[in-house]
Design a protein around this ligand. Structure first.
Ligand SMILES: Cc1ncc(COP(=O)(O)O)c(C=O)c1O
Length: 380
C-alpha cells in the first residue's frame, strides 16, 4: 500500500465514525461536539469533521476562528463553536458564517456587539466561565457583570446567548478534588445566568476524560477531542479499548537503508548509542521535523519485522536509526511507530511514555510533511 511514500499517517475514518457512536452511547443525554482544532489533532480537520458529522456529531469545535472559517469554506453548515479569540476578531466573518463565538470578558462582548450591529445579524454567543482552570474564562467575581451585559445585548436583539460553558483542569485525574469544586462553581454560574434571564441552548463542560468518567458533567453537550481519535486521555482514565474506542492514526515509514556494522560503532549525532557487537542498523526516514519527539531518543518504540525495536541514539531532523540486532530487513520494509496496537505495534501512548509527554502531543505534532492517507471512507 502506497509503496512510493517515504512515510505516511494512515487515518481510519471508520474508526472515527465508530468512536463518535461509542462516545454518544456514553453520554446519551447530551449532544456531541467533535473537537477538530489543530487539524483534528493532526488527523486532518475536514475528513474528520465530515466523518464525525456522518456519525451524528451535532457540533464541531475549533480553537481559532481561522479553523472555523476554513470548515465553513469547505462546505460545513452545522453548528460550530470557536473559542480562542483575541481583540480584533475576525468576529464579523464568524458571525456571518453562522459560527457560534465565545466571550469570557467585557471587551469580547463589546466587539461581538459591534460586529453583529455592522453585519445586521444576530450573533450566537457562548459565555465562558473560569470555574477553576485558571486559563481562559470569566472569573467568578466578573461573571454577574458579563451575564448582565450579555442579557442587555440579547434584549436588544443583537446577540443570543446560545451557550454557557467552562473547562476542567484535572478531569484526567479521576477523583481529583478540583473536579467537584469546578462543578459547584459552574452550577452557581449557571444559576446566576438563569436569574439574569439567560436561557442557553447548551450548557457544557466535559472534555474527553469527563465524558468518559463523569456523567454528572455531561450537561447538554460534551466536547470530545482526543477520544474522538480513539486515544485515551491518559493512563489514569483507562485504555481506549475499555471505552470501545479505536485509535484512528497509524504512523509508519519505509526503511531507507539497512546495513551491517561492526561492534563499537557510534550511531547518530553525539554517538549516544554504540553498537554492542556486530549488528544490523535500519534507517527510519522520520525525524523531529515530522513530529517525532527528540525526547524519545534512545527510548521510542518501533515495530520492524514483527518485533519492537528502540530508537538507537538521537532522533535527528529527518531520520532515526533502529538496531535490528541479529535480524535482517530490507530497504523499503515498513517501520510502524504507532497505531491501534492490535497488530503488535506500539501505540501513541507508548510514545508518550517514551518521550515523557501525553499522547495528545504525539498525534497532534505529526508534521505536514507526512502525507495523511485516509482509509475506511465507506459507510459503516
Ligand atoms: C475548550 C476545550 N474543550 C474541549 C477540548 C477537548 O479536550 P479532549 O481532547 O480532552 O477531549 C479542548 C482541548 O484541549 C479544549 O481546549
Amino acid at each position: 500500500m502506497n509503496d512510493e511514500l517515504r512515510a505516511r499517517a494512515e487515518i481510519d475514518l471508520g474508526a472515527i465514525r465508530a468512536n463518535v457512536r461509542a462516545l454518544r452511547d456514553r453520554a446519551p443525554g447530551a449532544e456531541l461536539m467533535a473537537v477538530v482544532k489543530s487539524d483534528a489533532y493532526g488527523h486532518g480537520a475536514l475528513p474528520c469533521a465530515r466523518a464525525a458529522r456522518a456519525a451524528g456529531a451535532a457540533w464541531l469545535g475549533t480553537a481559532t476562528p481561522q479553523e472555523a472559517l476554513a470548515l465553513r469554506a469547505a462546505g460545513d453548515t452545522g453548528r460550530l463553536l470557536c473559542w480562542l479569540w483575541t481583540p480584533g476578531g475576525p468576529w464579523r466573518e464568524a458571525i456571518e458564517a453562522d459560527v457560534d463565538v465565545s466571550a469570557s470578558a467585557g471587551w469580547a462582548l463589546r466587539e461581538i456587539v459591534a460586529a453583529a450591529r455592522a453585519s445586521g445579524r444576530t450573533a450566537r454567543v457562548h459565555l465562558k466561565a473560569d470555574t477553576g482552570l485558571g486559563r481562559g474564562g470569566c472569573p467568578p467575581h466578573d461573571w454577574a457583570e458579563l451575564v448582565a451585559a450579555a442579557r442587555a445585548a440579547e434584549a436588544e436583539g443583537v446577540l443570543r446567548v446560545t451557550g454557557l460553558w467552562s473547562h476542567f483542569a484535572c478531569a484526567d485525574e479521576p477523583g481529583h478534588p478540583s473536579i467537584g469544586a469546578q462543578l459547584d462553581v459552574f452550577r452557581s454560574a449557571l444559576a446566576t445566568a438563569e436569574r439574569a434571564g439567560l436561557r442557553p441552548e447548551v450548557r457544557h463542560m466535559a472534555n474527553s476524560p469527563a465524558l468518559l468518567t463523569l456523567p454528572e458533567a455531561h450537561f447538554d453537550l460534551v466536547r470530545s477531542g482526543i477520544s474522538l481519535y480513539g486515544v485515551s486521555p491518559g493512563p489514569e482514565v483507562g485504555h481506549s479499548a475499555d471505552f470501545g474506542l479505536r485509535p484512528a492514526m497509524t504512523l509508519a515509514g519505509r526503511l531507507a537503508s539497512v546495513k551491517r556494522v561492526p561492534g563499537g560503532h557510534g550511531v547518530s549525532y553525539g554517538h549516544h548509542y554504540v553498537t554492542p557487537g556486530p549488528t544490523t542498523l535500519a534507517l527510519v526516514p522520520l525525524g523531529y521535523a515530522d513530529g517525532i519527539p527528540r525526547h524519545a531518543s534512545g527510548t521510542g518504540p518501533v515495530l520492524v519485522g514483527g518485533k519492537w525495536r528502540t530508537v538507537a541514539g538521537r532522533v535527528a531532523m529527518d531520520q532515526f536509526v533502529v538496531d535490528l540486532g541479529g535480524d535482517t530487513a530490507a530497504a523499503g520494509d515498513d517501520a510502524v511507530l504507532f497505531g491501534p496496537g492490535d497488530a503488535g505495534e506500539p501505540t501513541a501512548q507508548d510514545w508518550a511514555v517514551a518521550a515523557s509527554t501525553i499522547a495528545y502531543e504525539i498525534v497532534t505534532r505529526i508534521g505536514t510533511r507526512v502525507p495523511r492517507v485516509y482509509v475506511g471512507e465507506g459507510a459503516g
